[in-house]
Each structure stands twice: as C-alpha cells, then as structure tokens.
Design a protein around this ligand. Sequence first.
Ligand code: DAH
Length: 336
Amino acid sequence: MPALIDQIEPLKQAALAQFQAAEDMAALDQARSQFLGAHGQFTALMKQLGALPKEEKPAAGKQINQAKGELEAALAARRSELELAAVLPKDPTDFTLPGRRRGLGCSHPLTQVIEDIVRSFRKLGFVVADGPEIEDDYHCFDALNTPADHPARDTQDTFYLDHPTPRLLLRTHTSSVQIRVMEKQAPPIRIIVPGRVYRRDNADATHNPTFQQIEGLYVDRGVTVGDLKGTVEFVFRELLGADTRIRFRPHYFSYTEPSFEIDFANATVRKMGKAWLEIAGCGMVHPQVFVNVGYDPEQWTGWAFGFGIERIAMLRYGVNDIRLFYENDQRFLRQF
Ligand code: DAH
C-alpha cells in the first residue's frame, strides 16, 4: 500500500476522469458518491488523515484539501455542462444564419379607399351603417319604388337564391340599406354604407360580378339639392384632389326625384383625354320611399347617393383592370 500522500493524486485523477466521462446527471451523481460520498474513496482517504504521524499531517492535509476543492469545482463545472446540454436542441444550431422574416401585411387598396371616404364623411357628422348582402326583393327593389317589371329585377342582372318567399337575392346595390335603416330609425338620419354588391356581369377589365359601393343618405327637415351638391363636392375634393370639379346631369332613379348623375373633372380626367367622367348617382329621396318606411313626406326631406369604390381606386392608383382587386396576387397588393 503506497503512503497516503502518494495516493491523493492518482485518486484525484481517477475521479476527474469519471466526472468528465459522465454522460448525464445520474452518472455524474453516481461518480460523485463513489469518490466524495460518505463511503466514497476520497472520503476514506480523508478519514485516514487522523492516523498519520504528526509531522506528516500538515502536508498531506493541505494536499487533500486542495484536491477536494478541485474535485468539487470539476463536479460543478460538469454539472452545468450537462444542464446546458439538456436544454439545447439536439441538432446543432447555426446562430449566425439570418432570421426568418415574417412579412408585414397592409390594407387592401379598396379598404384604404373606403377608409378615406368614411373619414371624409365623418367630418360632416355621418356614421357608418350596415345591412345584409343576402336581401329580399322588397328591400332591394319594391321599397325603393322599383316596379316588378323593371329590368334591374331581371334574372339576367340579379343573382337570385333558390328561396321563393320572400324572394331572396344577392343585393345589387347598397341602396337596400337605406330602407333597412329608415325602417328601424326615426329621422334625422346621416349615414354612409360601404358594402359589397353583386351583379350578373361577366368579368372584364371594367366589370366584376361582385364589387363595392358606398351609399349615403341624409334625411332632415328642409334638405336641398344645394346641400347634396356641397357635400358631394367636399368629399370628392378630399378624395380626388383639390382641383376636382363636379357637375350634376339629370338622370332617372326610381328612388330619387329629381335624380342626377355626378361627373367630375380634374387633371387625371384630362390626362385620360376626357373633359368629364361619370362617377356616381344621386338625388332627392322620392316621397314614395318615405311613405314606404313610414316617414311623413310632408315633414321630411333628404338626399341619397351611391357610387362604386373600384372606379375611384382605379383612378387614384392608375389601375387599369378591376379584376386585379379580386385576384389576391401579392405582387399587386404589395404595392399599396
Ligand atoms: N343604386 C345606384 C346604383 O347601384 C346608385 C345610386 C343612385 C344610389 C342614386 C343612390 C341614388 O342612393 O340616390 O347604381
């Protein structure tokens, strides 16, 4: 048996090797108790210290303590290595690779135009109203004074649902929401209605079977065509530029009397080689419409208008095909 002092270094080396070899916490713990546990080899060595001759004790004691310190440090180091290994992914990760970028979305160009229109009308005290896209023929036509033999009610123009009473259809215009709101609310009324409408058109550069409209309705006492024109002019100038002029041309709609088509002129229109471009329909609410919703036409007056959103968006962004708005092609949408 070698002298105690000569056993320290080899035993320390053996312990260090085992600590390093431990592949998991259980193995490390096992190695720890083998050397440093109550019945461990290294502990046994320390116990023998007391039996040494007095003059050998200090040197051996110092060496043992130093070795023990080293072993405990090695144990702690290996323990944290194993802990780290346990939480890291098994496959090596290359932290220098560039991250994956998540694309930021943006509003659809039609949504942007609708939001701008709504913002302008809000300045004038209008609020947004809403109605169903699946409508009955009463709200879409009859209540708007559109007779049963009117071409708009033709199955060639309108998508009808297979539901005879009431006769259901996909609304062909947002004007139906005028009726819905007036049925529920007493005057005065100041609403705008952005919404999707449907018509049996074949898709081409300027037509799509579904598109968006915005409807406006103003009902109060003593409302005039002047109010209508002033409002329309304010909003279109905000929307299409300060150089925008508008004009009213007499027209016919069954739910307004008198009725007008609105044309506008500005630099964009001139660039297209035209003097005026038709943009909307409007008029003074027909007394029969008021009767249909239970308003007294002797007391109440009003105006209404409606126009297509895509037309405005196409002019504004220089888009030449309406179908682009509905194809959801990222290369197109990303530009807005
Ligand atoms: N509903 C009409 C259309 O679809 C637009 C319209 C014209 C709405 C005149 C109105 C109006 O409120 O007064 O083309």
